[in-house]
Design a protein around this ligand. Structure first.
Ligand code: NAD
Length: 476
């Protein structure tokens, strides 16, 4: 088991700094409820110091070439790779997730870094012509200045990698506010960045509670961009608050993602994917399959496979006592309104925050549980007659992050891909799973239209400048 320091401080201007308040939060282990470490309970003063450090360090960082910045970020990715086991042990301790999942996520964070570093030798703009002779027009990317990066706990290293690598690559200074549930992996990443040659002040980490440290970062007048991954409720407040001073805001929010099983699907494969998308990481994925929409004629057969599979899965803890209580209360309310709990649904009698994989059926499409993201190991079964019924049900949601369909029909797959209201559609796979070169994000209340990862992420962390070059002013 990894030995963490007793306290996890802030990282400001390359230094480990205690919070100005002198106050610390307890961080408990989800796997058994014991104390893991104490976390800096930062406030506006700490945030202001971190923003000032980023502001001061950013111009020199932006003066470097994209190739030069890419080289440093590649070094960071490689160092993370060489310490992947240590990193993943920290993640496993903070989140309670299985070690192999924590390791796979660490590798995903490394891959994101390598992908972004490679942009150093691309970072393309466009050239075009103009109606005026001898004029060439080109577009170049500009850094924004200081980026405030706020993220969820669920996959802590990919969450930080998806934001910090492109933000820094584009020449910004950054202040990261990790989740209060995953402070140690963020601090580890920040220290590695410093050791890898990211200059002091370019990447700062401020720990603490969202409503205090996170809010102070959102409200700080010197933060040019707020890039947020988290719940729709927090995202709405961030958009309103940072929007008032016309800061750029990128929001990656929740989902109530549906996986459709048609009557021509390979239902064993569909069940395997549904189980992985619904229950891996204890269902704490923005892209988890929390609604499973099954054609009438295969409903019973699929339900049997899904429930048997769910019962065979080991329970993983959710992140906190509060989260577990919230999820259990939602399941109890749904059962009270007539939904049937086919498996799970109860707290397990052991230390830590465990709920066995839970499957419900019979919830109304407009019930609270059908429309609210639970962010836990709970999925709902729905029965539909045909593809059009499935598409209507999939789209009957405030969210639109990902959607999947299982079918042998090219026509059905294409129709679904066209009509599903989602930022990502998967045919014959899960609702979760993305790669560094694939833009990721959602529609409706799952986001505000930006895409993270892929070269699309560069649009979040840079502004376009159009440059007009008139080669021959005399003859023009
Ligand atoms: P959350 O909104 O409670 O917290 C997210 C982050 O915001 C944390 O760091 C938290 O401290 C901070 N925060 C909370 N209140 C704040 C405030 N008022 N001002 C500034 N910061 C504040 O969400 P969570 O429970 O950590 O994460 C779960 C949510 O994240 C789910 O909705 C999930 O779908 C979403 N998520 C989305 C994606 C995506 O890419 N779309 C990826 C992962 C998670």
């Amino acid at each position: 088991m990894v030995a963490l320091p007793d306290t996890i401080p802030n990282l400001i201007e390359g230094q480990a700094v205690p919070p100005a308040s002198g106050e610390w939060l307890d961080k408990l282990r989800p796997a058994d409820g014991t104390l893991l470490c104490r976390v800096a309970r930062s406030g506006a003063e700490d945030v202001a110091a971190a923003v000032a450090a980023a502001r001061a360090a950013q111009p020199e960082w932006a003066e470097r070439t994209p190739v030069g910045r890419g080289e440093i970020l590649r070094e960071l990715a490689l160092r993370l790779r060489s310490r992947r086991e240590e990193a993943s042990e920290i993640v496993a301790a903070e989140t309670g997730k299985p070690p192999e999942l924590a390791l796979a996520e660490t590798d995903a964070a490394v891959e994101m870094g390598l992908f972004v570093a490679g942009e150093g030798r691309r970072y393309y703009g466009r050239t075009t012509t103009a109606s005026m002779p001898h004029r060439t027009v080109m577009t170049v990317r500009q850094p924004l200045g200081v980026a405030g990066l706020i993220m969820s706990f669920n996959t802590p290293l990919p969450n930080i990698a998806w934001k910090a690598f492109p933000a820094l690559f584009c020449g910004n200074g950054a202040v990261v506010k990790p989740s209060e549930e995953t402070p140690a992996s963020a601090f580890f990443f920040g220290e590695l960045a410093h050791e890898s040659g990211v200059p002091s002040g370019v990447l700062n980490i401020v720990q603490g509670i969202g409503a205090v440290a996170g809010a102070a970062l959102v409200e700080h007048s010197d933060v040019d961009l707020v890039s947020f991954t988290g719940s729709a409720a927090t995202g709405r407040w961030i958009n309103e608050t940072a929007g008032r001073r016309l800061a750029k805001v990128c929001l990656e929010l929740g989902g109530k993602n549906a996986l459709v099983v048609c009557d021509d699907a390979d239902i064993e494969s569909a069940a395997r994917w549904a189980l992985a998308s619904a229950f891996s990481n204890a269902g704490q994925r923005c892209a988890s399959a929390s609604r499973i929409v099954v054609f009438d004629s295969v409903y019973e057969a699929f339900r049997e496979l899904l429930v048997a599979g769910a019962e065979a899965l080991p329970a993983e803890p959710v992140i906190s006592e509060a989260s577990l209580e919230r999820i259990l209360a939602a399941v109890r309310r749904a059962a009270g309104e007539g939904a049937a709990v086919l498996c799970g649904g109860e707290r397990l009698d052991r230390p830590g925050w465990y709920l066995a994989p839970t499957v419900l059926e019979g919830a109304a499409p407009d019930a609270e549980i059908s429309r609210t993201e639970l962010f836990g190991p709970v999925t709902l079964l729905f029965r539909v007659r045909d593809l059009e019924g499935a598409i209507a049900l999939v789209n009957d949601s405030p969210y639109g992050l990902t959607a999947a369909i299982h079918t042998a029909s090219l026509h059905r797959a294409m129709r679904f891909a066209e009509k599903a209201q989602a930022g990502v559609v998967v045919v014959n796979g899960g609702t979760h799973g993305s790669e560094p070169h694939m833009g990721f994000g959602g529609v409706k209340q799952s986001g505000t239209g930006w895409r993270e990862a892929g070269i699309e992420a560069l649009d979040v962390y840079s502004d376009w400048k159009v440059v007009n070059l008139i080669a021959d002013p005399v003859r023009t």
